[in-house]
Design a protein around this ligand. Structure first.
Ligand code: N01
Length: 530
């Protein structure tokens, strides 16, 4: 196929990619998308119970006042179908689809140093040359299915929650095996349990979970938000992550045991996700305080789950609360009181293989009609690693990142000019609110591209020294947080053999944004322009 020329190629029509199309539409923009619809995460993750854990009034675009005034969210924490409906509404309202090539993933990127242009090749054979590439590839894009042998022998269906059939799945009358008890497993299993004859849940590590407090959105709440949207969006930018969390301002050490218990109880019932992590100022920095919160949750689990052995197995003891993303549940612990649900510990007896009739762990075979894997993602670097990316001197990104990702400000990689990432490695990512912070990063990136054009520059690149400095900043923040004490997708330890340190910036979005702005104000410190 002949090559065609564009100014900017955007990879991915998830929420960040969609906004990038809108923000840069005065340029010739081509967007490649692997799926056949918009929405990214909210397109792929259509498993039963999929729901956002940040309030929808907040978890939405802020770039257009009319859009945020006219849109109505039916619930406080929207379910996947409503988020996908919103993505489609935005795509239609702002005519984004005309720029998107659906079901057409990017296969390779090659930088031509003589012309400072990227050559983009897609799965369907498109070849586009462009000055800039914006990779809005998402941090939880590539599903992880551990390489258990025997998959082809199983005669029933195997589903991964991140590739759920569009027509849905009815488990009525079936024996279902369910692997994984992270945020996804916790949302899906209570619904599967209501349908299936028998549900066996395979748990390697128990998760901390608090009730989501989801409910229909009340009119006065919506009106209040809509009357103050501009101000609220400002507050969100200045908040660590979600702005609706209440910060008590008190260290747990300043409180009596009675006061602590009272505050924890209030946080548990707050209907505001993540409140448990912010109930005291030092939950994520002081192990003793974190232990107090863990103990409180253990008591809750043991009060809900009737069988003491199951309750014990469900209590996380090997990592701090908040060390992995805190899960939000709707009847998760309560589900274990059903007669058709069984919990199996695969830490002590790991899954060995799929068999013709089901699954075999180290000490037993289980028979199923269907198996669901909610086993997470090759996170943060997975989507970029699956594109063959060649930068200067033929160096590949895969080689450059073989010991873990390196970036400057999470945005650019030395040796790969004119390639920007949104929510790339070492950005706040899921430690902040992905839609609005994605919007912020797109604006920052678009401003740079437009400034480059004003300056008649054709090439921008991060320096190796800047990457090293950013790695120190990222590690420094992680080392001050208890997040470092958990194995999770934040540090790649959810996948055996994956290398890399802490891949998420936990210094807070306000500091991240300030450092990005400062770099530009200081004449693009850490970058070279030509
Ligand atoms: O994935 P996960 P997820 N043998 O990696 C288990 C976002 N999200 O899809 O903990 C046995 O957290 C694994 O066990 P372990 C959110 O940011 C948000 O649930 O590694 N088990 C774990 O139990 C979240 O953090 C929302 O020991 C194996 C599970 O599979 C992120 O997505 C909803 C295994 C994977 O948990 C990822 O969540 C859903 C093995 N070999 C997701 N390998 C909301 O907004 C893995 N597991 C609410």
């Amino acid at each position: 196929m002949d090559s065609e020329s564009a100014d900017i190629v955007i990879i991915g029509a998830g929420f960040s990619g969609m906004y990038a199309i809108h923000r840069l539409r005065n340029h010739k923009v081509v967007c490649f998308e692997a799926g056949d619809g918009v929405g990214g995460t909210w397109y792929w993750n259509r498993y039963p119970g999929a729901r956002v854990d940040i309030e929808s009034m907040e978890y939405s675009y802020g770039f257009d006042e009319a859009l945020q005034q006219e849109w109505h969210w039916p619930e406080h924490f929207s379910a996947q179908p409503d988020l996908e409906r919103y993505a489609n509404h935005v795509a239609d309202r702002f005519n984004l689809r005309e720029h998107v090539r659906f079901s057409n993933a990017v296969r390779s990127l090659e930088f031509d140093e003589a012309s400072n242009l990227w050559h983009v090749h897609s799965e369907k054979g498109d070849h586009v040359t462009c000055r800039y590439v914006i990779a809005a590839t998402g941090s939880l894009t590539v599903p992880n299915l551990p390489p258990w042998p025997g998959r082809e022998n199983f005669t029933g269906e195997i589903y991964h929650t991140a590739r759920w059939p569009k027509e849905g799945v009815d488990f009525s009358g079936q024996r279902v095996g369910f692997i994984g008890t992270g945020s996804t497993g916790i949302q899906a299993t209570p619904i599967v349990a209501q349908q299936a004859d028998q549900l066996v849940i395979f748990q390697r590590t128990p998760a901390f979970c608090m009730p989501s407090g989801n409910r229909p959105l009340d009119e006065s709440h919506e009106e209040d938000w809509k009357a103050h949207y501009a101000q609220r969006r400002e507050q969100m930018r200045d908040a660590y992550g979600a702005s609706l969390v209440h910060y008590s301002g008190l260290s747990a050490h300043e409180c009596t045991p009675e006061k602590r218990e009272q505050m924890l109880e209030k946080a548990w019932h707050s209907k505001s996700a993540f409140q448990l992590l912010f109930v005291f100022t030092d939950v994520m920095t002081d192990k003793k305080v974190n232990d107090m919160v863990c103990e409180f949750v253990h008591k809750k689990i043991k009060a809900i789950v009737q069988d003491p052995a199951t309750a014990e197995l469900l209590c996380p003891t090997t990592y701090p609360i908040g060390g992995k993303r805190l899960c939000i549940g709707n009847g998760y612990f309560e589900m274990y009181n059903r007669d058709n649900v069984e919990l199996v510990d695969v830490k002590s007896s790991p899954i060995a293989e799929f068999t013709e009739n089901g699954l075999r762990t180290a000490d037993k075979e289980y028979e199923f009609d269907a198996i669901v894997a909610a086993t997470g993602f090759d996170a943060v670097t997975g989507a970029m690693a699956r594109i063959d990316i060649q930068g200067c001197d033929g160096a590949t990104l895969l080689d450059k990142w073989q010991d873990g990702p390196t970036t400057h400000l999470g945005s650019m990689v030395a040796g790969f000019p004119n390639l920007f990432m949104i929510h790339g490695p070492a950005t706040p990512g899921a430690q902040a609110q992905m839609i609005t912070t994605g919007e912020w990063q797109v604006n920052w990136t678009a401003d740079i591209i437009e400034d480059m054009q004003r300056k008649n520059c054709s090439r921008i690149e991060a320096t190796v020294a800047a990457e090293q400095a950013w790695a120190q900043e990222v590690d420094g923040c992680a080392s001050r947080s208890l997040l470092r004490l958990a194995d999770s997708w934040y540090n790649g330890k959810n996948i055996e053999g994956k290398k890399g340190g802490f891949m998420v910036y936990v210094g807070g979005f306000p500091r991240f944004a300030q450092l990005c702005e400062q770099a530009v104000e200081e004449g693009y410190s850490g970058f070279t322009l030509s």
